[in-house]
Design a binder for this molecule. Structure first.
Ligand code: GLU
Length: 477
């Protein structure tokens, strides 16, 4: 069997979308599972909408997800260049070849004439397909148009009365009637190729034999098959993935939350969790265990089992998964990953050891890495900001009594043995009829300015005796 070659062909007109990431992932998984090659091609022929920053974002996002390509603009390969804008000289000769063989023809229609045709169809309430009026122009007519200064586009001559049938790897057998496909433009009058043409030429020359992409491209596939056939090239095997919908079943968009991979990263998602989650949009593990690395998924991946229906992007599930991944991270790795979310604090206030301890005692409730930002302000600065609830505890009669008692004993406390000390301390108050919870509320409120947070012994250990004393002293009346 020939070697499997697949590709992802994003257009750099925005940051890498999770939908494109899912398409990239499924291609990558298919390649890995079949010892094939995964190619990255940047489709930047729309020079107005494409930009370098987006191309870089696509590279960075795919890499962050662990979807490394075997061939591409940066790593090269035998079938380059891998940026469409560097391939402009390739397309005209294939278009010319199709014209010579009678599969395509020059079309001199102006924009106005085409608009008029469309309006005519609308008036007649018929589906619009190009009339084909330039299909049989004589050489004289063409010369006449040229003399008028008209520049031709090149249209593909779609044979009428045929049915295009192909076996989609995901959706099964699909059929399209050519009568519903108008002769479509393959080269614009400015000499640049249209998407349908460029994609076929590139896939053909790059020897791509399996094309996995979103079903939003399904109506392009019969056109592309016609081009392959006209070129005498082998038609690749197609697989069209269902779309990804928002929880409200509408198209996933910014108003639902993050949509670009880099946005998810900024918000505090781990790329390992994101890629795992994205795999589940259409694929299910055979053993029912959803938490898996990309390598594990690749072993279990079968494109024919991918769901042909749409998938819903459940942010809640992603959040849950992200939390699971955070829990499993090695402490030091997590501590490093959290740093970008702690830039508003002066981390130099803590030694490496104190910082690790802080992460160790605050990691438990994290769903997103960014949750850390609001969970740790009291580890920094001299005094914490005190919220209303904490203030009430501090100012209460019992609160003041507890805090004064701490101050009278704290010099003798060994901060390496706080568990036992605080236990004894609680018991002492319990004997006087004060609940342990209330005792500790006062201490927590004074030291952190809050009534909830990480383990109290851990917090005191990180802050050290001097700071704890200072903070308690400051609120005693
Ligand atoms: N550049 C196209 C897109 O981003 C590629 C489509 C295809 O895979 O053929 O949608």
């Amino acid at each position: 069997m020939e070697d499997i070659r697949v590709r992802i062909a994003p257009s750099p007109s925005g940051n890498l979308h999770v939908g494109t990431a899912r398409t990239a992932l499924f291609n990558y998984l298919f390649a890995k599972k079949n010892n094939g090659k995964f190619v990255l091609r940047i489709e930047d022929t729309d020079l107005e909408r494409s930009n370098e920053a987006y191309t870089q974002n696509i590279f960075d996002s795919l890499k962050a997800l662990g979807l490394n390509w075997d061939e591409g603009p940066d790593v090269g390969g035998n079938y380059g260049p891998y940026k469409q804008s560097e391939r402009f000289d390739i397309y005209p000769k294939y278009a010319q070849m199709l014209v010579e063989k009678g599969y395509a023809y020059e079309c001199f229609c102006t924009q106005e004439e085409l608009e008029a045709e469309k309006e005519e169809s609308m008036r007649n309430k018929t589906a619009h397909v190009y009339s084909g009026r330039c299909r049989n122009l004589t050489e004289e007519q063409k010369a006449q148009f040229r003399a008028e200064g008209r520049k031709p586009s090149i249209r593909f001559h779609v044979p009428k009365g045929k049915e295009i049938v192909f076996n989609d790897m995901v959706k099964g057998e699909l059929k399209f009637k050519t009568d519903l496909i108008g002769d479509f433009v393959i080269m614009k009058s400015n000499g640049t190729p249209t998407y349908n043409f460029a994609v076929v030429i590139d896939d053909m020359l790059m020897k791509i034999n399996h094309i996995i992409r979103g079903e939003d491209h399904i109506s392009n596939t019969p056109k592309q098959i016609l081009i392959y056939e006209a070129l005498g090239a082998e038609v690749p095997t197609f697989g069209h993935l269902g779309m990804i919908l928002a929880p409200d079943r509408s198209k996933l968009s910014k108003r639902h939350g993050a949509t670009a991979v880099s946005e998810f990263v900024e918000k505090g998602y781990l790329t390992e969790a994101l890629v795992n989650f994205v795999a589940l949009l259409g694929w299910s593990p055979s053993d029912g265990n959803e938490i898996k690395t990309v390598d594990e998924i690749a072993q279990d991946f079968r494109i024919h089992e991918v769901s042909s229906s749409n998938s819903v992007f459940e942010y809640d599930k992603l959040n849950w998964m992200n939390g699971q991944y955070i829990k499993k991270l090695d402490l030091k790795v997590l501590a490093e990953k959290l740093k970008p979310y702690l830039t508003k604090y002066d981390l130099n206030e803590l030694t490496e050891e104190q910082y690790l301890k802080m992460v160790e005692i605050t990691r438990e409730p994290l769903t997103l890495l960014s949750d850390i930002t609001d969970d740790v302000p009291y580890f920094f600065g001299e005094y914490p900001e005190i919220d209303d609830e904490a203030r009430a505890h501090i100012d209460s009669e019992i609160g003041q009594m507890v805090l004064k008692d701490v101050m009278s004993k704290i010099d003798g406390w060994d901060f390496n043995n706080l568990h036992q000390i605080l236990e004894d301390f609680r018991t002492y108050f319990k004997e006087q009829g004060i609940k342990a919870k209330i005792t500790m509320w006062a201490v927590r409120a004074a030291v952190t300015g809050r009534t909830r947070g990480a383990d109290m012994c851990g917090i005191m250990e990180v802050l050290g005796k001097d700071k704890v004393k200072k903070r308690i002293q400051a609120v005693i009346k």
